[in-house]
Design a protein around this ligand. Structure first.
Ligand code: ATP
Ligand code: MG
Length: 332
């Protein structure tokens, strides 16, 4: 069975709707036909400032949301990135075959470092895409389901796999990105030309999986809309309404055109009310299941420990092959 790897950073108290639509939701069905590894990307999270007092809890909260959304820790491997040291060990090797200029072209780094001020950006943030390549290549993944924002990082991953294979002999599977392009990207409700993001969004722009339905409904009702009154899909002229339409479509599985037809002649407010209902229906069961799981952190930690064991079984051989091919003396 093809192997699939993906992860989300525990960089906030809750996942947001973009993480769900662009990532976690797609993982659930993939479990049927693939051998899946899903991880909580805590090593990635510390590429931007994290409070040590909350990171561990956020890691649990993220794992609980995976399970609540439908990731089955029996069928899939569910682990915490820092529990499997092979990720970081492979990342070092890959850092040493990545060009400085190549890494400098990554737009996510440019965006995030610009936000922080170039002087505050860390080497870790710069090397983030290489660690991401390691996350994928260490498991010999065939497919990587990610949001549109990760396309460039996936391209780097493929380049690094091919480069390593050419230089040191066939070692890595060259993975394919599985991106649900248009419908997979959710934008900030207050700033609908920027993607919804844990770290960047204005409070009111973000729909959190673990927030009460009422709070999310309120945010939808105060979402920024566009000039005019007509409900139609037009990303350029009507980014706000287009975002509401894509979220609706992503959650109901109905084509955007059909939703536009349903709201023909009605007002923005009607679409918002309808969308708030759809979002509540989707998120409420996830929220309540996640809170249930978080009531028993010891059991959750045991699940993650089993996941880490499975993850190590899948990754030790690849790391050993890499170190051997690079010429490192094996320990007697
Ligand atoms: P951060 O701001 O800390 O980078 P993030 O919100 O971008 O957080 P990540 O943990 O970086 O979340 O990304 C996890 C997954 O969620 C990735 O597969 C990414 O493509 C997807 N994702 C993130 N934001 C969105 C979005 N707005 N729309 C669709 N998918 C998204
Ligand atoms: Mg991100």
């Amino acid at each position: 069975r093809p192997r699939v790897v993906s992860g989300v950073q525990p960089s906030a108290d809750s996942l947001h709707l973009g993480n769900y639509v662009g990532a976690v939701r797609n993982w659930v069905d993939m479990q049927n036909d693939n051998e899946c590894v899903f991880f909580v990307a805590d090593l990635h999270a510390v590429t931007t400032d994290q409070d040590p007092a909350t990171l561990a809890q956020r890691t649990r909260v993220t794992a609980a949301q995976y399970i609540a959304a439908g990731i089955d820790p029996e069928r899939s491997t569910l682990l915490v990135q820092s529990h499997v040291p092979e990720h970081a060990q492979l990342a070092w090797a890959l850092n040493c075959i990545t060009g400085f200029g190549e890494a400098s072209r990554m737009t996510q780094f440019k965006d995030k470092s610009a936000k922080q001020g170039a002087e505050n950006a860390t080497v870790g943030l710069f090397a983030y895409p290489v660690l991401m390549a390691a996350d994928i290549l260490i498991y010999q993944a065939h497919q990587v389901p990610v949001g549109e924002d990760q396309r460039q990082h996936l391209e780097l991953t493929r380049n690094l796999a091919q480069r390593f294979n050419a230089r040191y002999g066939d070692t890595f599977v060259v993975p394919e990105a599985k991106i649900l392009a248009e419908s997979a990207k959710v934008y900030d409700l207050q700033n609908p030309t920027a993607k919804m993001s844990k770290s960047a969004a204005a409070e009111n722009g973000l729909l959190r999986l673990l927030d009460p339905a009422k709070k999310n409904a309120k945010k939808i009702k105060s979402a920024v809309t566009d000039d005019g009154t007509e409900i139609r899909f037009d990303r350029e002229a009507k980014p706000g309404i287009s975002n509401l339409l894509t979220i609706h479509s992503a959650l109901t599985g109905r084509p955007v055109d059909e939703i536009v037809a349903e709201y023909e002649g009605r007002m923005y407010g009607h679409l918002k009310v309808g969308l708030a209902e759809v979002v509540t229906e989707t998120l409420e069961p996830i929220r309540s299941r996640a809170l249930e799981l978080l009531d028993d952190p010891a059991e959750l930690d045991r699940m993650l420990a089993r996941g880490a064991e499975k993850g190590r079984e899948l990754s030790v051989a690849t790391l050993a092959a890499v170190y051997d091919r690079m010429g490192f003396l094996s320990r007697a």
